[in-house]
Design a protein around this ligand. Sequence first.
Ligand SMILES: Cc1cc2nc3c(=O)[nH]c(=O)nc-3n(C[C@H](O)[C@H](O)[C@H](O)COP(=O)(O)O)c2cc1C
Length: 333
Amino acid sequence: MSDETATGPASIRAGRAEYLIATAARAPSVHNTQPWRFKVTESAIELYCDFRRQLLADPDGREMLISCGAALYGLRLAVRSLGYLPVVDVLPQPGSPRLLARVTLGAAARVTAAEREMLKALPHRHTHRGVFAADPLPAGLLAELEHDAMAEGARLHIVDQGVAYQRLADIVSTASRGLELDPWAQFEMRFWSGSAAGPGRGGVPARAFPATTTSRPGRRPGRLRQRDFDLGRGIGQLSTDGPGPAVTAVLLTMGDGRREWLCAGQALYRLLLHAATRSVFASLYTQPLEHELARTAIQDRLALPGAVQMLLQLGVADTAQPTTRRPPEDVSG
Ligand SMILES: Cc1cc2nc3c(=O)[nH]c(=O)nc-3n(C[C@H](O)[C@H](O)[C@H](O)COP(=O)(O)O)c2cc1C
């Protein structure tokens, strides 16, 4: 990880672009599709979405833009690590739907201790689909994560155990069961999962998900029904034995358009990295949100004050299943 201090004028070309892109590209993305491209100019890095990597299950591109929002947060953090404040122009050209953001290096400002911690956590932050440890979340962390979401223009709503959780679990279970019968969604999941590196260093490797038989509901009390990447193939390698506690949360935005999806992605990655600095990781759930009625039902039945962008379950974990990324040369230009 680069540790340059603030010096001189802020040119992006001076050997920094590759580092900035590689750091941004560690972001989480739906099915690890990495649906982003970066274009480096003399003074800016532009972030584009890559429509060829948009899922059929995501016709509006909501999950694609949340993924790209996460990469945008990673890019901002990488700029901070060079000792500059990032200046971000979101959706700078309304006539160009692919162009999501233009990032330039602003004033010099020393990287903070909190940012350093997040940069340190970035390589091992991962989506956690296995067992959580028995430890509770560190005191005060949830409030800090709520603050992270707020600072990025989103909200993290903690779901109380009891009635609210049960309502959510029921909706997730019913919607997920329906989507598991959708042949196109199944085809996409099969395409993006299974092999060690996945298609073109993308996708979710078998070591990062459990086999279908072990991830079924009922076996994992307090855990929402997961996306079944295994698809009955019996290739999932993750153990799910053991009941570690999880805190359930919903990421919300006040509006529900492209700008808000980018906010949600930035909020998501910021809070995931912050949590990872304390050995707290998250399971992410968007499968039920691909069903518009279920998405609305979650908002209505839990009386949530915003559009539902992501469901999370957070817990302490001491294992990691890192996934591969495409190298900078594959995602630039
Ligand atoms: C918008 C979005 C939606 C996601 N949906 C799910 C999901 O429904 N189920 C799941 O297990 N993981 C989900 N993930 C996690 C991705 O599969 C994960 O980020 C990707 O495989 C890369 O792995 P990593 O997060 O461990 O680096 C989602 C991530 C994002 C950004």
